[in-house]
Ligand binder design. Structure first.
Ligand code: MBD
Ligand code: FE
Length: 305
């Protein structure tokens, strides 16, 4: 069709919008419909392709996979880059880089003061100790900061979504001590892969892509008067480190991993084998009214601790 005819039908559709419409929603819907009409025209989308696409999205929604398709197509990372840019425009620079939350956080994890063991003892993976401090932008330690941490087990699966794991396995909230310190003992995670044969996997295969993330650990770090940080660290050496299906690996989020084989250190930890040690500090920005808040409201799973 020519542009005049397409715009004519688009205008007819938009004109049905009532006086009391929500202006933001109306603007978004008009723009989305317009862009999709032109996509149909420009790519000569056939009716069967249109319905296949609609039913694909419906299935992905029913199976809870939209939260995987979004990062797989780069949307989550794009939103991060836009937030980075908004902060830079407001003069907010430096600090620990953000990276995507992903769809696998569960609210309500047990809270511990200063340090916590995250694993329930059933995973034979390599023991991990991770420790560090939370600082403000001036380098002052933040006491009573909340370090919410969650990660996959050595099969790449997350508790709650993987019902074979105990409740809140590999999930905790750690409150920093008077020097802003946190410390955790856990097991080294393995990278997550999207469910085989699911909507995300099938889409990625059509694109000749994989659906694997490098091994990573998620964090929300928050303190009163400061912007909430959503980030991850990666386990260095993972073959997918810079080949993440969710595009979330960033410079500054790949700390060195030290292998500790010292007998006294192993004894102090109560482990009879070498373990991995990661030191990582977080730096938060002060609250700033001239930029959208960093905390993002979205639907999340919640369970009772
Ligand atoms: C994950 O573990 C994850 O962190 C993201 C972003 C997407 C899917 C699984
Ligand atoms: Fe993850």
């Amino acid at each position: 069709m020519d542009k005049i005819a397409i715009d004519a039908v688009l205008n007819r559709i938009e004109e049905t919008t009532g006086q009391n419409a929500n202006p933001r929603i109306a603007a978004i819907v008009h723009r989305m419909v317009r862009d999709l009409f032109y996509l149909i025209e420009d790519l000569d989308i056939q009716p069967e392709e249109f319905w296949a696409g609609l039913n694909y999205l419906a299935e992905a929604g029913r199976n809870g996979e939209l939260g995987l398709i979004a990062p797989g197509l780069g949307f989550d990372h794009f939103l991060d880059l836009r937030m980075d840019e908004a902060e830079a425009r407001a003069g907010i620079n430096g600090g620990t880089p953000r990276t995507i939350e992903g769809p696998l956080y569960v609210a309500g994890a047990p809270v511990a003061q200063g340090e916590a063991r995250l694993d329930d003892g059933t995973d034979d993976g390599e023991v991990l100790v991770m420790e560090g401090q939370v600082f403000d932008g001036a380098g002052k330690p933040l006491r009573d900061a909340k370090v919410e941490v969650w990660h996959a087990n050595s099969m790449g699966n997350y508790s709650y979504f993987d019902p074979t794991q105990s409740a809140f396995n590999l999930r905790r909230t750690i409150v920093t001590d008077s020097e802003g310190r946190y410390r955790l003992r856990s097991i080294v995670p393995v990278g997550y892969s999207v469910p085989p044969g699911g909507a995300t996997d099938r889409l990625l295969k059509k694109l000749d892509r994989h659906g694997t993330r490098p091994a990573h650990i998620h964090f929300f770090v928050s303190a009163p008067g400061h912007r909430k940080l959503t980030t991850q660290i990666n386990i260095d050496g993972d073959p997918y480190l810079w080949d993440d299906f969710a595009f979330a690996t960033r410079e500054g989020l790949v700390p060195p991993v030290t292998r500790v084989e010292d007998a006294a250190a192993m004894q102090a930890l109560g482990v009879g084998k070498p373990f991995s040690l990661i030191r990582f500090d977080f730096t938060l920005h002060a609250d700033n009214a001239s930029v959208p808040q960093a905390e993002v409201a979205r639907q999340r799973a919640a369970a009772a601790a």
